[in-house]
Design a protein. Sequence first.
Length: 491
Amino acid sequence: MATTPDTSLAARARYEPVIGLEVHVQLLTASKIFCSCSTRFGDPPNTNVCPVCLGLPGALPVLNRKAVEFAVRAAMALNCRVNETSIFARKNYFYPDLPKGYQISQYDKPLAEFGWIEITTGTGRKKIGITRLHLEEDAGKSLHEGFPDSDQTTAIDLNRSGVPLIEIVSEPDIASPDEAYEYLTRLKEIILYTGVSDCNMEEGSLRCDANVSVRPRGQKEFGTKTEVKNVNSFRFIREALEYEIERHIGVIESGGKITQETRLYNANEGKTYGMRSKEQAHDYRYFPEPDLLPLVVDEKWQAEIRRMLPELPEARRKRMVADYGITEYDVQVLTSTQALADQFEAAAKAAKNPKRVANLVQSELMGRLKARGLEIEQSPISMKGVAMSADLVESGAISGKMLKDLYDLCFERGQDFPAVYEKEKPQQITDTSAIEKIINEVIAANPKQLEQYRGGKKTVIGFFVGQVMKASRGQANPQLVNELLAKKLES
Ligand code: ADP
Ligand code: ZN
Ligand code: MG
């Protein structure tokens, strides 16, 4: 009798998912990894090809130095140990988009190993191990669409054949679909910072295969894994993993067995489907590539590449928290893209008081964005605008209250700060006698504070400044107020 699979919360709590990701990243070299053909995306099919990347007999590969440099840079950014000597290997399989019948990859002696990425989980920080990072060539692309009169035709575009890739294989350290999503986000961010890839998923510059299994909590041995291939967004990878985990538990709970296989995710249905049973590694009949020498990246070359490493996201966030005194949360938002972080830092550095720029982002900008459900990229006020407003406050040209009103107007009108300021430039009271009149009124109304001040408590001047600004509805020039007040109180 078949039992109904139990995938209730209670059943799910008895299992622990185990996830490992294999990520392919296309390197931004101008030419391919073993020939001088262009890597440009979107050219007419089969226009960037030559005997080497077409796999014609007798053609010999010549390794692209830039591809090695980029791969090493990525490996270093991912905390890997770079092996001085690595070996290219032939991975043999038959597929129409693979003209040579094998892919040149690396196998038992990869370029780099033993790296890690730190991620943030619900319970804190966690390091996900990177088993290896190796160089390989891409295959061509099968085109199944766009042929009238036939849905049977498949055409092959070999422009992509021989484009340089790195494959980054994680340890099975990832414990949930959310962690997988976070790992991919951090990985992509680091690679973008290194500049070795544009990580454009639509163009296939970043592709992820997700391996997943479940095991009863507390069990040491892994369960049987399945691999979900060719999922084209991080969100879909998370969904596919969620689906697979539930499916695995369902199969096991009803007494069945998971078969090791490759599956495809249908994003419309939110389901995975079996594609083929997974070849074991020996099916590829790996052997060393006889047409290429061992790849040697000696200490000197490694040092050169290390010198070119830019400041990486984690280090940048730590520095920004220290430099600008902003919160962990805000620094996450401000560094959500490299461009935004660059804009912020450029604006802050150009401003009279960098910390005030950071403070304004934190105290005035974030809340307004959040209230309207806007991402920071959609902010009407640019970082330059924030910096300008900070300078105006700094110089006393506008008060904090005016700044708030101007920010509100920017959001109402969808205009940046400089434009709104030009139009609304408050009529500031700079008339000394008018300000003195207000000062006299304020002092007369607060005899107790005056006594305190005269008694030596000089900080009370801040209270008087506030009262005068309030009485002038924020329109008195703060610098003048400060000067005149000090004079008056001392007299
Ligand atoms: P294969 O030879 O099938 O490609 P690998 O050992 O190379 O398998 O691992 C591929 C990926 O699968 C790695 O990211 C690894 O961490 C992950 N992985 C290995 N075993 C499991 C498992 N039982 N469950 C989940 N992921 C796994
Ligand atoms: Zn070529
Ligand atoms: Mg593998």
